[in-house]
Write a protein that binds this ligand. Structure first.
Ligand code: GLC
Length: 553
């Protein structure tokens, strides 16, 4: 497809902001909308065309905003609706659109809909959530385990019934079978379209459809059966989503990206593209590569580069003709990519540049998560109490139940906690990395004195400088926007290489994923190097984590 025929969101870069951790302007210790507005020029310089905000709606913050108590308002901790409108307007001036996160599988248990629903079995919202009687012995209706651990059912005294929650007990699942519920959700999305937003990221969407019959599954170690296996992608889900598309998305110059863990490649055309329901789907296969075998902490972390190349190449192929691919290596649910995809002792600056080169030269729309462009890294706090992430707490309990020692469990939490991505943004080397003048809601990563935007702005060799260079290079070369993707050196466990070709012009990306020099095949030596992360490149080999782009015929 020629670049001219692509939509705006296929030609740009999207930046994900976790507002709680981006920039505090009030001294509260929590980031806010005005803090985002203050940094729009920084984002513009990075070539960003849209900002995806994780939820900014009123919320008790049990799951940091993914437990929403009002779908059409702004949490006072983040500011006011005026601040939001100002953010949209200031962004627009810079050619940037604002993208909202729709959390429609569940609400907060403090949402007025749920407060009403739980009162009794006859109120006007009685059927807005998923209520079931206890089994005859009083235990929950099924043995399902929620994604954050523990039973997926919680008992409600008032109704003398259980309600279902895919995630925490404070996140009751909405009943999508009820047309009034669906309409209320569509109305809320249309409210944001009227405010001028440029798109939606749709949270945890694969769980909205529940099976006709609720049955126990085969219990695993804690005696429960994962909700994911019980009902992710249940038949009939696409009927809901087609309705959603018609009532909300159609006719707007927006994009939609669904969070869709486990949609199979053969089903992809039903989900994205002309006959699908969304423009893009966030897949999990590449970010879960280290969990190929079951429960996260049973992993032997021995994935190979060829595994990563295989799954990414499958996604590239699946979206080559139909649909479009959102490329990402980080988000607010994942560890920092330099820790996730590279050996423990890897040089973090070089590793960040290496992965950034893949991110910004693959086919699709790149998503940068705040701080990724600086090479931010994981933290490692010494006790579970220091962690905020609700899923780390659930996993920690499960690990102890399974007989892991505290130190084994903590090692896992440190490596994979979602807090790794959620520590405050590192702006400069002053107090709290310039994030806040108050006490930050989550500690700042100790490395902020050397890893921060201000210092990296001044250093031509920094991760930030490399991201800016790549972003500009991508924007200037349409082969990198719409050119075909082809994997090269498929069997190499050291080099990730691919080509991007359009109308006879080709770019080749070659990245060394190891901490050793790696020889290149002889036919690489006569190609022209156009960008290189190392200053004195040798045409015969790549230095540790060196990333290079060639132009070839
Ligand atoms: C999604 C979000 C995650 C949240 C969960 C429940 O996976 O990305 O942060 O905890 O949904 O809403």
């Amino acid at each position: 497809m020629a670049a001219e025929n692509l939509k705006w969101w296929q030609k740009t870069i999207i930046y994900q902001i976790y507002p709680k951790s981006f920039q505090d302007t009030t001294g509260s210790g929590t980031g806010d909308l005005n803090g985002i507005t203050d940094h729009l020029d920084y984002l513009k310089k990075l070539g960003v065309g849209a900002i995806w905000l994780t939820p900014i709606y009123p919320s008790p913050q049990v799951d940091n905003g993914y437990d929403i108590s009002d779908y059409t308002a702004i949490d006072p901790a983040y500011g006011t609706m005026k601040d939001f409108e100002n953010l949209v307007a200031e962004s627009k001036k810079r050619g940037i659109k604002i993208v909202m996160d729709l959390v429609y599988n569940h609400s907060s248990d403090k949402h007025k809909w749920f407060l009403e629903s739980k009162k009794n079995r006859t109120n006007s919202k009685a059927d807005w959530y998923i209520w079931r009687d206890a089994k005859s012995d009083g235990t929950p209706p099924t043995n399902w385990r929620g994604i954050f651990g523990g039973s997926a059912w919680t008992w409600c005294e008032e109704r003398q019934q259980y309600y279902l929650h895919t995630f925490a007990k404070e996140q009751p699942d909405l009943n999508w079978e009820n047309p009034e519920v669906r309409q209320a959700l569509y109305d809320a999305a249309n409210f944001w379209l009227d405010k001028g937003v440029g798109g939606f990221r749709i949270d945890a969407i694969v769980y909205i459809k529940k099976p006709a019959e609720f049955k126990d599954g085969k219990p695993d170690l804690d005696g429960l059966f994962s909700v994911h296996d019980a009902y992710a992608n249940t038949n009939g889900i696409l009927d809901f989503l087609h309705e959603f598309k018609e009532k909300v998305f159609v006719g707007h110059e927006i994009f939609t990206v669904g969070e869709a863990n486990s949609v199979k490649p053969e089903d992809l055309n039903k989900w994205v593209g002309n006959d699908g329901v969304f423009d893009m789907l966030f897949e999990f296969s590449h970010v879960n590569i280290m969990f190929a075998k079951g429960e996260a902490w049973h992993y032997p972390e021995n994935w190979k580069l060829t595994d990563l190349k295989r799954v990414l190449t499958e996604s590239q192929k699946a979206t080559a003709q139909n649909g479009w691919y959102p490329i990402y290596f980080e988000n607010h649910d994942k560890p920092r990519s330099v820790n996730n995809f590279f050996e423990e002792g890897a040089d973090k600056v070089k590793a960040a540049k290496a992965l950034g080169t893949i991110l910004l030269t693959m086919r699709g729309t790149p998503f940068i998560f705040e701080g990724q462009e600086l090479g931010c890294t994981n933290v490692a706090w010494d006790s579970i109490e220091k962690y905020n992430d609700i899923s780390s707490h659930g996993q920690y309990q499960l690990m102890l139940q399974e007989g892991l020692t505290v130190s084994q469990a903590m090692k896992f939490v440190q490596r994979f906690s979602r807090d790794n991505a959620r520590t405050p943004m590192q702006w400069n080397n002053k107090k709290n990395a310039g994030f806040s003048t108050g006490a930050p809601w989550l500690p700042v990563n100790e490395n902020y004195k050397t890893v921060n935007a201000e210092i990296e702005e001044k250093n031509a060799d920094s991760v930030l400088a490399w991201y800016r260079k790549l972003s500009k290079f991508r924007a200037d070369n349409k082969e990198l926007i719409s050119g075909d993707y082809e994997l090269l050196l498929a069997d190499s466990e050291e080099i990730f290489a691919f080509s991007r070709s359009l109308n006879g012009k080709t770019f080749i990306t070659a990245v060394n994923f190891t901490s050793q020099n790696v020889n290149l095949p002889p036919d690489f030596s006569n190609k022209k190097i156009v960008l290189d992360s190392e200053s004195d490149a040798d045409k015969n080999f790549l230095k540790p984590f060196e990333a290079r782009i060639y132009s070839a015929k």
